[in-house]
Design a protein around this ligand. Structure first.
Ligand code: FDA
Length: 308
């Protein structure tokens, strides 16, 4: 069975409370999480950013959390992002961005409430000139996320957005983006209804490559966010052939995934940034990483058995 067929199954299993308990309340479960998460504190995340910097890799901090249930939780998330921005401001030689999830900032309640929190984050980011990227979550949030992007981009143009190649609507969404806005292009990580997404791996890869070319032609700043060696090579060849191409494109990868490829690109002098997730709310993030590579589930269960 191919990984694209197994992915929904893994996400369903990971949605069960018993699996969540195994992952979050056992030592082996937490050990697997640490492969993908920098730690539970901001200090651990900034230590990872400094370590990456020594290896010529830039960073993007992501304070984990999503779908908060109360305004107090959303306010707390805003404070966590502000703390990250303050830490970045104290280290001006470090090239470090932040990434935010809007359902962590109250998008489930209303766009207005979410925007109020986003404004505080953007105002703080503007003081230190820090790049702020907006993650893309599951399909019910795409319209709201694009709306917030438009408003945010007017206030602080150094705000970018993530777009998902598996989503059929993305090819149209591209034409509604603010001119030149920074776009992180990914394949897409959520369990979605099959009629809204391309499900075959080859199809998603083809869409990703086509969207990359369209974004490039339309003058966007692009983050080529993939670990897929074929897509990475395609981007490399195309952008190498463009004058000043690398001033508009950078590679992005996830902490703990394809470290060899990250190091290779950095050694070759290509711009590469690593997404550094941290915080206590790591479970939903972990489930998406397990689903991307079913072998990770095997790693998870073999750890459980080995460590008793
Ligand atoms: P693919 O899944 O085909 O993997 C290619 C190869 O990479 C695999 O063969 C394997 O070697 C390696 N690999 C990939 N994932 C792995 C894993 N979990 N463990 C071990 N090896 C792995 N998605 C989203 O919906 N919204 C978002 O906001 C973001 N944000 C984001 C930021 C950044 C910087 C990155 C790199 C990715 C995201 N994603 C995301 C996740 C994205 O949608 C996608 O699920 C993953 O990047 C995996 O897809 P690949 O393009 O790497 O290809």
């Amino acid at each position: 069975m191919t990984s694209s067929l197994l992915r929904p199954a893994v996400l369903r299993v990971a949605g069960h409370p018993w699996f969540r308990r195994l992952a979050t309340q056992t030592t082996p479960g937490r050990a697997v999480a640490l492969r993908f998460v920098a730690g539970e504190t901001l200090e651990e995340a900034t230590a990872v950013a400094r370590d990456l910097d020594r290896r010529r890799v830039t960073a993007m901090l992501d304070h984990l959390g999503e779908n908060v249930e109360t305004p107090a939780q959303a306010d707390a998330a805003r404070e966590d992002h502000l703390a990250a921005l303050a830490a970045i401001a104290r280290a001006p030689s470090l090239d470090c961005a932040i990434s935010i999830k809007l359902t962590q900032l109250g998008l489930d309640t209303s766009i207005g409430e979410c925007l109020t929190r986003v404004w505080s984050i953007l105002d703080a980011a503007a003081e230190s000139g820090t790049l702020v990227m907006i993650d893309m979550e599951s399909h019910p949030y795409v319209d709201g996320t694009l709306e917030v992007l438009h408003r945010a981009h007017e206030r602080y143009p150094k705000t970018g957005i993530c777009l998902q190649a598996y989503l059929k609507r993305t090819v149209d969404d591209i034409f509604t983006l603010p001119k030149g806005v920074r776009v992180r292009l990914v394949k897409g990580a959520y369990l979605e209804p099959p009629d809204l997404v391309y499900t075959a791996k080859d199809e998603v890869n083809k869409r990703w490559a086509e969207l990359f070319v369209t974004l490039l032609a339309r003058g966007h700043q692009i983050d080529a966010a993939t670990h897929d060696p074929v897509l990475v090579e395609g981007v490399r060849r195309r952008v190498d052939g463009l004058e000043a191409g690398w001033s508009r494109v950078e590679f992005q990868m996830l902490y703990g995934v394809r470290r060899d490829l990250q190091a290779q690109l950095a050694r070759q002098g290509y711009p590469i940034r690593v997404y550094v997730p941290y915080g206590t709310e790591w479970y939903p993030y972990l489930t998406r990483r397990l689903a991307e590579r079913p072998a990770n589930m095997w790693f998870f269960f073999s750890n459980l058995v080995r460590r008793g």
